[in-house]
Write a protein that binds this ligand. Structure first.
Ligand code: ARG
Length: 563
């Protein structure tokens, strides 16, 4: 039930269609104050055309509109304010949500279209960084939101599993590595081998030559080099998989940089044939002077390919394999230049589909105002951070609800949910301060607060033993209910906006609003006190659980029924 459209159509009619309903929709605002109704149409832009004052036009439009969904339509200065018929509208909305269940809010804007989402994409033999955590959480939410909008999604983990650093790693392992140590703590051990390589190479130049030789052997398919590379990759992937399963994130493809090794030659030939490859200091580049950007490096002097070469090749491959409408890259803002260059090279090559490629940048995670780094010596192991959040959640559950049956499971949902929500409630470009205590609070703007509100609503439904079939919904017209209903009604629009802006925070903020209004409702309205209208109140509560649960799911959080 789209009341915005109904209102817009009514206004269009009363204006003898000088504006289309779509134009009117663009102009309609939400009034700031409740006494100004639910929808407001400003008449400023029409004054010239009608040669009348906006207030006069508003008055004339208001007089003409009559529709059962509107209790009252009145002019307020230059605005036409529409007051929805609370009982009727709430009946329609509740019936619709209860019928649709988890499908409420699903849209068709992406039907028949595919989006690839390149996210997480950590580097082999290196720790999973806080930046990768952000990419994982944001990318996963965007995938859910896109699916909710009707798109088919391809979730791609573009692993950093290729490049000259693997020559260094193999060299270091051959000189100083121990098999058992790598097996015990793969990431820690491989990282320290890598660090040692750089320390030793400062004094001993021959190490760099050795590393180059090993990388060359790897590229040429040498079996020893390949076996070591594959082992490092498998061990790392096993560590990453632990994190993904804690976060409940899955991928459709793990084709990382190495996957494009045998496909890059063709890319380079293609760029060359089109006449875009130029020499610069012995390297092969694509000039981007016309865009005021430094050239995009395609091939080094020694014939080695680069990160950009692999991304160009991956783009060609993905276009061919998936025929995407959009290709999203959820990668930190420090790689903005790289993606600008890659996209522009493809546009220069004449590929129209490159216009659908979008870099989705995000800010840093800070600890006490400083960038939280997993590199440079002190390794914060993400897995340990997540486990700690789960333990903390378990403690608060034990305090609050010691009799809860599935404490472990709920603690997992709450601990992980706290981390995810804390990330997503902020606009993604902002930096965020990492504090486990803050994110795990059951009040305020946290994931556990939304989960708790959901569980609270579920517990009322459990108490009444309602069977979930609602046959007697007649509508509600008190203000507390109306505040909740109005928000529930917005869910589809919020989903669409958050998709258009690639901004999961809009859903997170919305869920906080719903929770706040619902808790107000809950503390002011006697829900179970009498039979009259009970079905309506329960319907409202059930609808709230549907929206909260589905909204949380979109963000990547579970919603326990009890906590
Ligand atoms: N592995 C890269 C890093 O950790 C991120 C890769 C992002 N995806 C891409 N297609 N370049 O910095």
């Amino acid at each position: 039930m789209d009341f915005l459209t109904i209102y817009a159509e009514q206004i269009t009619d009363s204006l003898n269609a000088v504006l289309s309903a779509e134009d009117v929709i663009q102009l309609i605002e939400k009034p700031k104050y409740d006494d100004q109704g639910d929808l407001a149409f400003p008449c400023f832009t029409l004054a010239k055309q009608f040669r009348k004052s906006p207030a006069q036009i508003a008055k004339e439009v208001a007089e003409k509109i009559e529709h059962p969904f509107f209790e009252k339509v009145e002019a307020n200065g230059p605005y036409v304010n529409g007051f929805l018929n609370k009982a009727l509208v709430s009946r329609e909305i509740l019936q619709m949500i209860l019928k649709a269940g988890g499908n409420y809010g699903s849209l068709a804007i992406g039907e028949g279209k595919t989006i690839t989402i390149d996210f997480s994409s950590p580097n082999i033999a290196k720790p999973f960084s806080m930046g990768h955590l952000r990419s994982t959480v944001i990318g996963n939410a965007l995938a859910h939101i896109a699916e909710k909008c009707g798109y088919k999604t391809i979730k791609i983990n573009h692993l950093g599993d290729w490049g000259t650093q693997f020559g260094k790693l193999i060299t270091a392992y051959k000189l100083w590595g121990k098999e058992e140590k790598v097996k015990e703590q793969p990431i820690k051990e491989l990282l320290s081998l890598y660090v040692k390589f750089h320390e030793e190479a400062e004094a001993d130049q021959s190490l760099e030559d050795e590393a180059r030789k090993w990388f060359k052997r790897l590229e040429d398919g040498d079996s020893e080099a390949q076996a070591l590379w594959k082992w490092f990759r498998d061990e790392s992937l096993q560590e990453f998989t632990k994190i993904y399963s804690l976060l409940n994130v899955q991928f459709d493809s793990y084709n990382g940089e190495a996957f494009y090794n045998d496909k890059m030659k063709k890319t380079i030939q293609l760029i060359n044939k089109m006449g875009f490859l130029t020499q610069s200091d012995g390297a092969q580049v694509v000039e981007l002077k016309e865009f005021d950007l430094p050239p995009c490096l395609i091939m080094k002097k020694d014939g080695a390919t680069l990160y950009a070469t692999r991304d160009l090749t991956a783009a060609l491959y993905r276009n061919e394999t998936y025929q995407f409408e959009k290709a999203l890259y959820v990668v930190g803002q420090e790689q903005s230049l790289h993606f600008k260059q890659v996209f522009l090279v493809l546009e220069k090559m004449g590929y129209d589909w490159a216009k659908g490629m979008i870099h989705i940048p995000f800010g840093f995670i800070l600890k006490d105002g400083k960038k939280m780094s997993t590199r440079k010596g002190k390794v914060v192991l993400l897995e340990e951070v997540i486990e700690e959040a789960i333990q903390m959640a378990k403690k608060s559950i034990e305090d609050k609800n010691p009799d809860l049956l599935n404490k472990e499971e709920v603690a997992h949902m709450v601990g992980v949910g706290a981390i995810i929500f804390h990330d997503l409630k902020n606009e993604r470009q902002n930096n965020i301060e990492f504090s486990l205590e803050d994110m795990l609070k059951f009040e305020g703007t946290t994931g556990p607060y939304v989960q708790y509100t959901h569980a609270r609503a579920c517990s009322i439904l459990r108490k009444t033993k309602h069977d979930g079939h609602y046959t007697d919904i007649s509508g509600l017209n008190d203000d507390y209910s109306w505040s909740v209903i109005k928000l529930l009604m917005d869910f589809p629009t919020v989903i669409e906006k958050s998709f258009i802006h690639y901004e999961p925070s809009q859903i997170a903020k919305y869920l906080l609003d719903v929770s706040k209004e619902f808790n107000k409702y809950y503390s002011h309205v006697k829900i179970l006190s009498n039979e009259a209208g009970l079905e309506n109140r329960l319907g409202l509560i059930q609808s709230t659980t549907i929206v909260l649960k589905e909204g949380l799911r979109l963000l990547g959080l579970k919603a326990p029924d009890e906590m």
